[in-house]
Design a protein around this ligand. Structure first.
Ligand code: ATP
Length: 270
């Protein structure tokens, strides 16, 4: 479980990027932080692995203040996936995935063998392990990024717009893979995105952020869709969803449009 307790962040010379933010990310669940550019999503995510220190407030993992943890060890114990993979360009794919397990004491041979299995787990042909990152497509690189984040078998995965730089079709594929992986692995995931559809698809709970890391609304996708808290959320949620194969169902007295996976994608006017 991750707890943000009244965290605030003011960067040197800047305005408050996050002000008085509190939330709980329960173990084995995915919480999606969604908001437009500059709403403080990345700042919040990086507080978890101490890449950003809050100006005030604290972040706890399983009840322990992250400030009491050694930052290097903390980062090695948490999976982190970035928009551009963050892969080391001069190392092969297999060695990129094996890096952390080697650092934590596994033999190179054992780490590579594990890395091969992880590549398969994220839907890649292990033969791609011999390539360098630049020799992979954007979608394949993101899969490697996920495999690398899983390599230390972390309880927590931090994902910062991990599918933001790939085309919409590959993006859908990667989202589907993550849903499948999460149902097998049950990690505690904080997923940052500016795409509300992605947040609804992946988040057990969604936190809609306004400027300054202020919470505009939090809830399950169905709660937010059936009852947007204000105009800001209503506008954020109201994108065109006509291309989906939809069906309707009654939830909490409202008629919701659900997509083929049963996820709510809109409220029908009555
Ligand atoms: N190192 C920094 N120094 C000064 N200001 C910063 C720094 N990092 C972020 N900021 C500012 O803090 C605010 C929040 O930034 P943050 O990256 O957390 O937002 P975000 O929601 O993740 O945005 P995006 O979707 O564009 O990545 C922005 O106004 C940004 O300019």
């Amino acid at each position: 479980m991750i707890e943000f307790e009244h965290v605030t962040k003011t960067y040197a010379g800047g305005a408050e990027a996050v002000s008085d933010f509190s939330c709980v990310v329960p173990s084995h669940r995915t919480v999606a932080f969604v908001g437009s550019s500059g709403s403080g999503k990345t700042t919040l995510l990086r507080m978890v692995n101490r890449m950003v220190e809050p100006t005030s407030g604290r972040v706890l993992i399983d009840g322990e203040d992250v400030r009491s943890r050694n930052p290097v060890e903390l980062r090695r114990s948490i999976g982190y996936v970035l928009q551009h993979g963050g892969l080391l360009p001069h190392r092969t794919v297999i060695d990129n995935v094996a890096t952390v397990p080697v650092l934590t004491g596994l033999s190179r041979r054992a780490a590579r063998s594990e890395a091969g299995a992880l590549l398969e787990r994220v839907g890649l042909d292990p033969a791609l392990g011999a390539r360098y990152p630049a020799q992979l497509s954007g979608g394949q690189q993101q899969r490697v990024g996920v495999a690398r984040a899983l390599a230390a078998d972390p309880n927590i995965l931090l994902m910062d717009e991990p599918f933001g730089a790939v085309d919409p079709i590959v993006r859908r594929e990667l989202q589907g893979e993550l849903v499948r992986l999460q149902s097998e692995l049950g990690k505690t995931i904080v997923f940052v995105t500016h795409d509300i559809d992605e947040a609804f698809l992946l988040g057990d709970e969604v936190i809609v952020l306004a400027a300054g890391g202020r919470i505009a609304q939090r809830g399950t996708p169905a709660e937010i869709l059936s009852n947007p808290a204000n105009d800001f959320v209503r506008e954020f949620v109201g994108a065109d969803r006509a291309e989906r194969r939809l069906h309707v169902a009654e939830v909490a007295g409202r008629t919701l449009a659900l997509d083929e996976t049963g996820r709510p994608v809109g409220v029908l006017a009555t």
